[in-house]
Ligand binder design. Structure first.
Ligand code: SF4
Length: 341
């Protein structure tokens, strides 16, 4: 019997296994028994299996799907740190774009940090990705596939959009990925975290979506003068407007806001910075995550005692603050530092 041609093959081959809708998969499997659609769909989403590994399928079908649903990302580097508890991939995507993904295993969770863009247009001067400039937006399929690659190593419980790029600057593709991770991979809203440097229109739009994901604001400075320098988009969306948008998000979703603060030696780690941050955080009922900077050109790490002092000061001011262990320092796990090598 002649095989049904693959009507959308070239389109699928670019998008990879997670660029296919269930209807497109059904069209692709039109000459197979109907139960195959659910079988392949579940294998892709629940096991993160590539078609060649779906031994429950006949060999000829496996081979056909291995071509039609080939991964869109090619791992070009995989580094391990923290005794195998941290894994970091550099992938090559269509057109040669380099992106990175980090898996961090903790006793109670496995978190994957995904990229939403290749490069980033936000230009934060302390960030290696920002210095490299913007390459292109990622498609939602490419974002979901990063989680699949990680799932193949460990069962992923949490996904944070804190890799390369500004997720809300690639709004539709990011939201497409978030919905697929929730609807098809079974990751609950509360285990999905979108980060932003403060794109107020994106936060406003997210507030109306009815999906209570966590919001993490990369704050880094709580006065406009310093923030204009560290996070240039602050000139367009200054702190007062940003705080208002975040407060509305929290009120609408009942999710706790977290504030990310890259502690940069001598730049944002002084007592007055802690006081400004405390005022901002307390007003929004936010939790603060302090992340000692992985050194980049011109910006230095704070040193652990100094970062701990900063946290102690915040706590004394009544702020819920955590000092994050910098994962994978040996493998350059700060945003954008691996893909650039
Ligand atoms: S810190 Fe985030 S938003 Fe800023 S340049 Fe780097 S990737 Fe972009």
């Amino acid at each position: 019997m002649a095989r049904t041609p693959l009507p959308i093959r070239s389109h699928l081959a670019v998008l990879g296994p997670y660029g296919v809708t269930r209807d497109e998969l059904a069209a692709l499997l039109a000459d197979e028994p109907p139960y195959r659609v659910g079988q392949v769909w579940d294998a892709l989403h629940r096991r993160a299996a590539w078609p060649a590994e779906m031994t429950e399928l006949p060999m000829a079908l496996r081979e056909r799907l291995a071509v039609a649903l080939a991964p869109a990302l090619t791992p070009v580097l995989l580094r391990e740190a923290d005794g195998g508890e941290t894994l970091k991939w550099a992938f090559e995507a269509e057109g040669g774009a380099r992106i990175e993904t980090v898996l961090m295993a903790y006793p109670d969770r496995v978190t994957v940090c995904v990229s939403s863009q290749a490069g980033c247009a936000m230009g934060c001067p302390f960030c290696a990705t920002g210095q490299g400039g913007f390459v292109r937006h990622l498609r939602s399929a490419e974002i979901v596939e990063q989680v699949a690659w990680a799932t193949r190593e460990r069962p992923v419980t949490h996904v944070v959009f804190m890799g390369m790029g500004e997720p809300l600057a690639n709004y539709d593709q990011t939201l497409g990925a978030v919905r697929r991770l929730h609807d098809e991979m079974g990751i609950s809203w509360r285990r999905l975290t979108l980060s932003t440097v403060g794109l107020v229109p994106g936060i406003r739009r997210l507030t109306t979506e009815g999906i209570p994901v966590n919001l993490a604001l990369s704050l880094h400075a709580a006065n406009d003068e310093l923030r204009n320098e560290l996070v240039p988009i602050n000139r367009r969306y200054p702190l007062a407007r940003l705080a208002e948008a975040c407060a509305d998000y929290v009120a609408a979703t009942h999710r706790r806001l977290s504030l990310e603060w890259a502690v940069i030696g001598g730049v944002n780690d002084r007592p007055e910075h802690a006081e400004e941050l405390a005022r901002f955080a307390l007003r929004l009922g936010a939790h603060v995550n302090l992340i000692p900077l992985n050194e980049t050109d011109g910006y230095r790490a704070p040193g652990l005692p100094r970062a701990a002092q900063f946290r102690a000061r915040l706590r004394a001011l009544g702020v819920n603050a955590t000092l994050r262990r910098t994962r994978g320092q040996q493998i350059a796990a700060a945003c954008g530092q691996l893909a650039g090598r």
